[in-house]
Design a protein around this ligand. Structure first.
Ligand SMILES: N[C@@H](CCC(=O)N[C@@H](CS)C(=O)NCC(=O)O)C(=O)O
Length: 214
């Protein structure tokens, strides 16, 4: 790996946190450039990297990569540590399934509604909105049930053998449970709760927490 890695991210971004966990878990390091994708004026560095305007973006020499799932797979292939993709085809398929569920069904309700309006706004001195939190909690139930079924199935989300699925999901749940009603809701999903109990103190999750005191 002759060229250095650079990560373009935003310090409070859950997806940036996933990429940072990926760097730690694969034994890689990267320089870091901060870019706020939510700023009123588009960040020029971010805009030059991607028309999608989202973080994180990984740069490796001339190679520029967006989409956190792709970034995790690339880091996994580059890094010196044992692969975080299970060798068993069904377990690997479950891993990809979890990552797809996170992107399509978890991020919006759990993070952009429950966490953003139930925790983050207050953390940055803005007003929350309990109606958005309530809507997010309702919309969170189907993806939580799907993930609970996967955890109960035993191929992924067992909490001990970490895969890319754990890295993709854990920061989202960590944000979600900062809202007390969300932490209560998670307890209705026993297999997923058991996974969370195992992984919630995982070192790379704690090391990348942007709100360590809250
Ligand atoms: N599909 C993208 C999603 C990344 C994403 O949504 N990042 C958020 C920050 S956590 C973002 O940049 N949001 C800016 C916006 O929604 O305008 C990925 O997997 O990396």
């Amino acid at each position: 790996m002759a060229e250095p890695l650079n990560l373009l991210g935003f310090r409070h971004s859950v997806y940036t946190r996933i990429a940072r966990m990926g760097l730690i878990e694969t034994g890689l390091t990267a320089t870091y450039v901060e870019a706020n994708p939510f700023a009123a004026e588009p960040d020029p560095v971010l805009a030059a990297m991607t028309p999608l305007g989202r973080v994180p973006v990984l740069q490796h020499g001339d190679f520029v990569l967006t989409e956190t799932a792709a970034i995790l797979r690339y880091l996994n292939d580059l890094g010196p540590k044992a692969s975080l993709i299970p060798p068993d085809p069904q377990a690997a398929a479950r891993m990809a399934q979890v990552m797809g569920i996170v992107d399509a069904y978890v991020y919006q309700p759990l993070v952009r509604k429950v966490f953003s309006y139930g925790f983050y706004q207050a953390a940055v001195g803005e007003e929350g909105d309990s109606s958005v939190v309530a809507e997010g909690l309702t919309l969170s139930q189907a993806p939580l049930r799907a993930l609970n079924n996967i955890a109960a199935g035993g191929l992924q989300l067992g909490g001990r053998d970490i895969s890319l699925a754990d890295l993709h999901l854990a920061p989202m749940i960590d944000y979600f449970v900062r809202v007390p009603e969300a932490a209560d809701l998670l307890r209705h999903y026993p297999a997923l709760s058991a996974w969370w109990d195992e992984i919630s103190n995982h070192p790379s999750l704690r090391e990348t927490d942007p709100f360590p005191d809250q």
